[in-house]
Design a protein around this ligand. Structure first.
Ligand code: DGL
Length: 270
């Protein structure tokens, strides 16, 4: 049975969702969480919606086995394709928070009569989830989106804040359709790591919206509304699982979570 002491379940295709986990830890330092990275199947950005739904269903069941009191889909691609799947498995008493809706609401309520850009994986962009959500909430906005598939693997390999990453970023952002945008949504949980480079491309004239902090605030609000916030101020406990362990994943976690963590392999596909 879940209680206010139960952990929050967080999952992503791999380790990029740790940017969301780190933001949740900052906003809710007393909460515990269980993180699952589906490293056996990443990247999700190139997978079919059916495959992503299949993976998400199994991962949600794993997090429910761990008695999680809420589930955070810390992946835009899985949020785009598998939200209903996860909600159905979680059932009515376990809230499910995805990374698209909080950011889409933020953009729709902070901007009017202008263009907003979105970058993300092929899966996220092809789903048109940001375009549909934002333009439905605020008809005065025009949402322009471009897939930027090189960025997630580049960041995972540690290529950010250097001349190579800046060249790749500049080449994507110089697309004609993005000219005149007032805000740019980083629609992939890997991208908070390149936020500074994107800001410097736009010379701070465009607001760069990353999902991590907006989503962490949403998690806090949802737990409060559902009366699921932990009631004691003991420090949270964290566990990190991956479906395929490698030492290099473990090493890369530090760039996303900002502290060294130990990954445990959970072979949920065997
Ligand atoms: N972190 C995933 C997302 O937010 C992208 C990485 C992948 O393609 O698996 O969409």
């Amino acid at each position: 049975m879940k209680s206010t002491h139960s952990p929050i379940g967080i999952f992503d295709s791999g380790i990029g969702g740790l940017t969301v986990a780190a933001a949740i830890k900052k906003v809710l330092p007393h909460e515990s969480f269980v993180y699952f990275g589906d490293t056996a199947h990443l990247p999700y950005g190139d997978k079919s919606p059916e495959s992503i739904r299949h993976y998400a269903a199994r991962i949600a069941a794993f997090l429910l086995d761990k008695k999680c009191k809420a589930i955070v889909i810390a992946c835009n691609t899985a949020s785009a394709h598998a939200l209903k799947t996860v909600v159905d498995i979680a059932g009515p008493t376990i809230p499910v928070i995805n990374v698209v809706d909080p950011v889409a609401s933020y953009a729709a309520s902070h901007y009017n009569d202008c263009k907003v850009g979105v970058i993300g994986t092929k899966g996220t962009i092809q789903s048109r989830i940001y375009v549909n959500r934002i333009e439905r909430m605020n008809k005065s906005l025009k949402v322009l989106s471009n897939a930027t598939p090189l960025l997630a693997p580049m960041i995972e390999e540690g290529f950010f804040n250097n001349s190579i990453s800046q060249t790749v970023i500049n080449s994507y952002l110089s697309k004609k359709s993005f000219s005149g945008i007032k805000a740019l949504i980083l629609g992939c949980t890997h991208y908070p790591l390149i936020k500074k480079e994107v800001e410097s491309y736009y010379k701070k004239n465009v607001e760069i919206i990353d999902s991590a902090s907006v989503v962490a605030q949403t998690v806090k609000q949802v737990l409060k509304e559902e009366k699921l916030l932990k009631q004691t101020s003991t420090a949270g406990k964290y566990s990190f699982y991956v479906s395929d362990y490698t030492a290099s994943f473990e090493q890369s976690t530090k760039i996303f979570f900002r502290e060294k963590i130990k990954l445990v392999e959970a072979r949920i596909w065997d």
